[in-house]
Design a protein around this ligand. Sequence first.
Ligand SMILES: Cc1ncc(COP(=O)(O)O)c(C=O)c1O
Length: 360
Amino acid sequence: MAGAIRRAGNPGRSGHALAIRSARDLFVARERLAELFGVKDSSRFVFTGNATEALNQAIKGILRRGDHVVTTSVEHNSVMRPLRRMEKAGVRVTVVPASPDGAVEAKAVAAAIRKKTRLVAVVHASNVTGAIQPVGEILRIARKAGAYTLVDASQTAGSIPLSLSGLSADLVAAPGHKGLLGPQGTGFLYIREGVPLVPLIEGGTGSRSESDRQPDFLPDAFESGTLNSVGIAGLSFSLAWLLRRGIDRIRRKETDLLEELVEGVGRTGGVTAYGPREPSRRASVVSFLVEGMDPGEVGRRLEKGFGVLVRAGLHCSPNSHRTLGTFPEGTVRVSPGPFTTREDISRFLQGLRKIAASRR
Ligand SMILES: Cc1ncc(COP(=O)(O)O)c(C=O)c1O
């Protein structure tokens, strides 16, 4: 990133050496993204500032007045808030309830689809319970019904293998800063060929500059204005690391840690864990509550006493907490990553036991 800021030519904007070099770096980052998600044509990936921007582009760029959308009760607000806005513009929204462990049944999604359903939007795995949704089945059902599909892969990109050529999703969004291990301020939207998406933002792209109309080809159609090439350089570096390491290997490691974590949290008296019990059915997050103790207080004690940083509260997903019955206080969420060790898990569990015991 320091190198990128030192030689920050604007990709596609000039013919000088620095601009060409930046354009090449950008291309390499896009190619790495395509390789990681099993897509041949890297131009189908457009860079965004975060997952929220990608999700807004997907939702607002595909829906029109009179359309119907099916989504679930465990979506992040970056899906729900744009959908609520679209309701004001004449779009109908059906929210399919998830089970108390946060999982959605594909047949419930099927039952919610109507003639006018234009979009089925589903999170790949909940950022609250970690529950992995049956996206393959949901996408097949949606496609058969003639609806477009949007997968929010924010909690899984980079930590659970995801081949977009096998998945047949029309639109996939994720941030760069979570499992993809990149810097904040990066993200992407994957747009399948033939999806009639309208850009939310138009402007200079450095291409077809003789025309005052937005180019219709990717990625330019959805990348107006100067990109965050410094952030993308960081993302490119972490993508290269992920490609070398292999997502399968990361997933195996995180599943082992999850097993210890879920078991340890479950065995701690006075603590309730949420989400599927089997680590294979969950992404690398575990949500829990200590009986009679505010989640924020548990988070503070874990940090102060044990050096463990967790996220407490509603996780920008109030509907998930309504589904779990943990609204409005929320839960405490602990999330092992590729650099988490067994010792980290033990330290966390030790801390949790002490906190729970002090309460009782
Ligand atoms: C499931 C889910 N969707 C969307 C987002 C939004 O991501 P961002 O903050 O990059 O916009 C997050 C963030 O953690 C998330 O977990």
